[in-house]
Design a protein around this ligand. Structure first.
Ligand code: MLT
Length: 410
């Protein structure tokens, strides 16, 4: 008899964004004339920039000729892309990461979920609350938790509340985690962590033989100089941290798919007997066994963002989204919302003037203004009462959405 992985049954509802999509589609079906403005899922809306498109075309053309055709590429990613990443994202900031530390992949969502495979099923996982749902759901799927409790927390996960009081940067918990997921600039709160705040976590991981899984998918949106772009800007992090980066939000690759994970060779976790083992070797084994690399034209397109012209074009798009975020922050603040994020991240995290549950606000905005956001409680119990707006939208939609919101009784 084939048996299922019953851990999946512990998951409460569908994944957050399909659930939002379902409600929006239902509303649209019942109200075909409604012009819905979508600021829910953080999906980019601007096209790929010309440098990327040109490189993409070149890559496709190369595939059409026998002398330049490519079959399987290196699983870890082509060297030209890994070199460009190492030089531009790390060495230019004084961070000693080389191409050998980098694994090119088809997305950070997959990598942050799949990475759990190289750790013992007994590992204690710490996640922030609110959190990008992938970290929580994949922890449940991999059998590291019990059932969900009435407060919405899964037994066995160490939750790190991120609140207005701690500026959405978690405090060290009483219980010792083996693995700590951190994401800065943060999804969903848009908050950032300073070097001192990250140092506290790196020192903790060094002292406790823990590993930090650092999701930096939104680093390109940092506008303030003092905010670190990489966990490796913190001394000691190369021994205890894995970093995830993505071209999705940085360069509009949500539909094109390209990302990378950095595992320095010094990062160690331990066998049951306490012997240190490099995680790089384990991930290399996994990657080469289960993955055959990102397609050549896509990697070629990704590398184009590191050219002088590519950098300029990509920055213009980022600036466009960040101007959206500024407009949203200003208007929501004027309407009496509490407003967080939106300064170094494309997400604005808000709570409305009158207390209302997140999903009730979702329904109200959808029905009365035809505006879609993401209910904060979808990211965890501490998100209740909050709402996330994504700045990845055409400017005219942002302005129209803000005008519609102004008219609501909130
Ligand atoms: C989000 O809206 O939180 C993200 O777009 C989801 C993702 O990157 O997978």
């Amino acid at each position: 008899m084939a048996k299922i992985n019953e851990n999946y049954l512990k998951l409460q509802a569908g994944y957050l964004f399909p659930e939002i999509g379902r409600r929006v589609n239902e509303f649209q079906k019942a109200n075909p004339g409604a012009e819905i403005i979508r600021m829910g899922i953080g999906d980019v809306t601007m096209p790929l920039v010309p440098s990327v498109i040109n490189a993409f075309h070149e890559g496709v053309d190369e595939m059409s000729k026998p002398e330049t055709f490519k079959g399987y590429g290196p699983e870890q990613g082509y060297e030209f892309l890994r070199n460009a990443i190492a030089e531009n994202d790390y060495q230019s900031r004084g961070v000693d990461i080389g191409p050998e530390d980098i694994f090119v992949s088809d997305g950070s969502k997959c990598d942050t979920g799949n990475i759990q495979e190289i750790f013992s099923a007994e590992s204690k996982i710490a996640i922030t609350d609110p959190v990008y749902p992938v970290y929580a759901d994949t922890t449940v799927m991999s059998g590291k938790t019990g059932n969900v409790a009435s407060n919405g927390y899964f037994n066995g996960i160490i939750y790190l509340p991120c609140t207005e009081e701690n500026h959405f940067v978690p405090d060290i918990p009483k219980e010792r985690p083996d693995i700590i997921f951190l994401c800065y600039p943060n999804n969903p709160t848009g908050a950032t962590a300073t070097k001192q705040e990250l140092k506290k976590w790196v020192d903790y991981a060094l002292d406790n033989k823990s590993i930090i899984l650092y999701d930096a998918a939104y680093e390109a949106y940092i506008t303030e100089d003092h905010i670190p772009h990489s966990i490796y800007e913190i001394e000691g992090a190369q021994k205890v941290a894995i970093e995830f980066r993505s071209f999705s939000k940085k360069a509009g690759f949500t539909g094109t798919r390209c990302a990378f994970t950095v595992i320095p060779k010094e990062v160690m976790a331990f066998t049951h007997k306490g012997e240190p083992k490099p995680l790089h070797a384990l991930w290399y084994r996994r990657h080469t066994t289960k993955f055959n690399g990102v397609s050549y034209p896509v990697q070629k397109a990704a590398a184009a963002i590191y050219t002088k012209q590519g950098k300029k074009e990509v920055q213009e798009v980022i600036d466009y989204y960040m101007e959206n975020a500024r407009i949203m922050c200003e208007n929501l603040y004027e309407k009496g919302f509490k407003v967080f994020g939106g300064k170094n991240a494309p997400y604005v995290w808000t709570s409305p003037p009158k207390k209302i549950k997140s999903w009730d606000l979702f329904d109200k905005l959808l029905k009365e203004a035809h505006v879609v956001g993401t209910p904060g409680s979808g990211f965890g119990p501490s998100g209740e009462g909050y709402f996330r707006f994504s700045a990845f939208a055409p400017r005219k939609n942002v302005i129209e959405a803000m005008n519609r919101l102004k008219k609501l009784d909130l």
